[in-house]
Design a protein around this ligand. Structure first.
Ligand SMILES: NC(=O)C1=CN([C@@H]2O[C@H](COP(=O)(O)OP(=O)(O)OC[C@H]3O[C@@H](n4cnc5c(N)ncnc54)[C@H](OP(=O)(O)O)[C@@H]3O)[C@@H](O)[C@H]2O)C=CC1
Ligand SMILES: O=C(O)[C@@H]1CCC=N1
Length: 270
């Protein structure tokens, strides 16, 4: 059990995924989790769903917690953290999950003596399959970094990365569930076109993506070798592979991710 009080400023999609993952892990008591969103109904819904505490204000939450997650949009996070900085406990650690907001800009509003971690999680955290990067500033001790990694590992995988790699992380895991959902939706559409009921099509497509991912993670084989194992000579799969190559699937994915990473870089300069 983690004997720390953890707070969330912002109770939107990502905060909900982390809170859900943490509570489901059983590694922290829901009574040690606090949330403050500017919408009262969001606070109430999260408190009811997960048995956590809804704080009365951002300041009240900041005074209470040992680890504070900044889970508001990148364009407001600096203003929000600046306003509550004076209420934080001296030793409290701040974890920002905002895309494109650098450790330096976070320090500029929280104080250069504040322990800060930049993290980039993703929404599969909600089903305990998250992938999160963790980047501490120089003041964070290694035991504290381990603690933050352990928090994220309670609902998935986590790894420490250098700050310059965060743009790649945004592209390959932070934003990536969206592209995978589009892929699943497109596969299901084709199955529906072939006559399969919609719900069954989603089940077949999603389980196949999950199984293929599991093969990459557990067999140690190159993805190309795994693809070759599916392509029977003169068979069905190679026909699909040919069309995906003709339509430029690989370059579409690479270019899409490069745009995503470029936006992450642009956000960090603004
Ligand atoms: N969604 C994702 O997959 C991922 C998101 N992130 C990062 O997580 C952060 C949150 O993203 P996401 O959850 O998608 O966004 P959401 O818009 O879903 O959540 C943000 C929440 O914060 C609320 N909020 C805004 N201002 C304040 C304030 N001053 N005080 C308290 N609450 C406030 C918003 O309310 P309102 O709706 O009224 O504005 C909203 O409910 C972003 O910085 C994003 O970069 C990182 C990785 C993945
Ligand atoms: O779209 C966004 O900006 C956020 C960051 C990573 C995933 N969602």
């Amino acid at each position: 059990m983690l004997a720390k009080k953890i707070g969330f400023i912002g109770g939107g999609n990502m905060a909900k995924a982390i809170i859900g993952g943490l509570v489901n892990s059983g590694k922290i008591a829901p009574s040690d989790i606090f949330v403050y969103d500017r919408k009262a109904d969001t606070n109430q819904a999260l408190a009811e769903q997960y048995g956590i505490n809804a704080a009365e204000s951002a300041d009240a939450l900041a005074r209470e917690v040992d680890i504070l997650f900044g889970a508001v949009k990148p364009n407001v996070i600096l203003k929000v953290l600046k306003e509550l900085a004076g209420s934080l406990k001296k030793e409290a650690l701040v974890v920002s999950i905002a895309a494109g907001v650098t450790l330096d800009s976070l320090s500029s509003v929280l104080g250069y003596d504040r322990k800060i971690v930049r993290a980039m999680p993703n929404t599969p955290s909600l089903v305990s399959e998250g992938m999160t990067s963790v980047t501490p500033n120089a003041l964070v001790e290694s035991a504290e970094t381990d603690e933050v990694v352990a928090i994220f590992e309670s609902f998935g995988k986590a790894a420490v990365v250098d700050e310059y790699l965060i743009h790649s992380v945004v592209g390959v895991s932070g934003s990536a569930p969206a592209y995978v959902f589009m892929f699943i939706e497109a596969m299901a559409d084709a199955a529906v076109a072939g006559g399969m009921p919609r719900a069954q099509a989603y089940q077949f497509a999603a389980q196949t993506v999950k199984g293929a991912a599991q093969m990459v993670l557990t067999t140690g084989k190159h993805p190309a070798e795994l693809k070759d194992m599916v392509c029977s000579p003169g068979g069905t799969t190679i026909e699909a592979v040919k069309v995906l190559e003709e339509k430029g699937m690989r370059s579409a994915v690479i270019e899409a991710m490069q745009q995503c990473m470029a936006k992450s870089e642009k956000l960090s300069r603004s």
